[in-house]
Design a protein around this ligand. Sequence first.
Ligand SMILES: [Zn+2]
Length: 93
Amino acid sequence: MPDDVPAVAPPLLDSIEADLLAVDRTLRRLDEGSYGRCVVCDASLPAQVLAEAPLTERCDRHTPDANGPPPAGQTASASDGVESISPASTSWS
Ligand SMILES: [Zn+2]
């Protein structure tokens, strides 16, 4: 029986990849000196928010809640260095 289906569900991989991208963006923003500011309106983020969630990149007003897509102000330009993991790559036999 072919029951070698990977135990990790794709949605989990998606969220991990999103986390990695967020870390990458955060490191870049640290480099640029824009860390701690909302990427949409440039408002300073509260230190307490950053302490609890260091990857925060939007202020309260621009944080996408459970509903609606994130604002499309920032186009993803993370194409240098970060190789995206190829989907369904668990076939090392
Ligand atoms: Zn904002």
